[in-house]
Design a binder for this molecule. Structure first.
Ligand SMILES: [Mg+2]
Length: 370
């Protein structure tokens, strides 16, 4: 099944932060969700869809797919996914093992798994080896509002929507306290701080948050790869640490685990090297006794790939659902929205369902024909 063609679709889909599109600090510095969709077509007529991480870097990633990867892929047998992934990583290692290059490889890898699943007529989780996780618990991942009233409103909305665990992206004590006071002491409440503090500052902030009873504290330290500092914070304070969304390749996860830096691992399928690399991390986590809490604030094939992978986790955790509403969706709402806080992965071949071509046409930013 030779690869005949590769196309890239850049999309930008506006999104709503809440009922009144609540005013807030724009902490991700964006007005729309960026997508870099990768479409791979085989000579026998199958099409696979992939998703390279593109938030605030959409055009750079798209150019990397088209100019660095595509020439290396035309004519290769799509079924040799792991060999292709290995060759791309090896050929391109001088451009960096993190960031844009790995995002592009991730997008291609996801598309190849979708393509092969369709060729075989089975969903990806069956190709990977399922452990039978049909129902995947979700958590609501809230925007950063930096306003206790807005936080309270969104926490209430998330709970009303059926979520039984919630993550904030705040760094202020009053914003976190208002959520805890409303939810009660036992409701799983997570806090993602996005790398704001030095190791010493993080230690002081853990003391400030001591009575909040966080289910996990995510990325408290800059730089995120200072795994020794994360390990010291865990050891000295007892706080449970989640991290890994910036890590690329299984090798960096091995380093994280060797340093005892996390309680929960957060690989991101659109960044880490795709499904092929992610599945190595599933094994590493099993050997290290660490639960996976995948990073998945996505609405494209990357989200579906995470749903597929979640069906292979021996120790199933929670799947992230970004608690914002895109103006349009590439997939049916029953795929993207959990019911009573639980996702069910679609059972179609490959990723399970194809993106809506009309949505691609409407929100496309480049000139590639759909
Ligand atoms: Mg995060």
């Amino acid at each position: 099944m030779k690869i005949a063609n590769i196309e890239v679709y850049e999309l930008e889909i506006p999104f709503n932060l809440g009922p009144d599109n609540l005013a807030s600090k724009n902490f991700l510095k964006t007005t729309g969700l960026d997508f870099c969709l990768v479409k791979i077509e085989s000579e026998n007529g199958h099409i696979g869809w992939g998703d390279a991480f593109a938030y605030n870097c959409r055009q750079s990633v798209a150019q990397a797919v088209l100019h660095m990867l595509k020439p290396r892929l035309i004519g290769r047998d799509a079924r040799d996914i792991c060999r292709i992934n290995h060759d791309l990583q090896k050929d391109l290692h001088m451009f960096g093992r993190y960031g844009i290059t790995m995002f592009a490889i991730s997008g291609v890898d996801i598309a190849l798994w979708d393509l092969v699943g369709k060729n075989e007529g089975v969903p990806i989780y069956q190709l990977l080896g399922s452990v039978g996780n049909k129902r995947i618990p979700a958590y609501a991942s809230l925007w950063r509002y930096e306003d206790p009233d807005l936080v309270l409103e969104r926490v209430k909305a998330a709970q009303l929507s059926g979520y039984s665990s919630i993550k904030l992206h705040e760094i202020g004590i009053s914003e976190v306290q208002v959520a805890r006071d409303f939810l009660g002491q036992d409701f799983p409440l997570m806090l993602d701080t996005n790398c704001p503090w030095s190791p010493q500052e993080a230690k002081e902030m853990v003391r400030v948050f001591e009575d909040i009873n966080l289910y996990w504290l995510e990325e408290p330290i800059y730089p995120p790869e200072d795994f020794k500092a994360l390990a010291r914070l865990r050891r000295d304070t007892g706080v449970k640490i989640a991290s890994g969304e910036h890590a690329c390749t299984a090798f960096q996860f091995r380093e994280i685990f060797d340093n005892n830096a996390v309680d929960f691992a957060q690989p991101s399928v659109t960044k880490v090297g795709g499904i092929s690399e992610f599945r190595k991390i599933v094994v590493l986590c099993e050997l290290a006794g660490i639960q996976i809490m995948p990073h998945s604030p996505y609405f494209g094939p990357g989200f579906l790939a995470t749903l597929q992978l979640s069906q292979t986790f021996p120790n199933l955790g929670l799947l992230e659902r970004f608690f914002i509403e895109p103006e349009a969706n590439l997939y049916p709402k029953d795929v993207l929205n959990p019911v009573n806080g639980v996702f069910c992965a679609p059972n179609g071949p490959g990723l399970g369902v194809d993106p809506d071509l009309d949505v691609i046409k409407t929100y496309k930013k480049n000139n590639t024909k759909v």
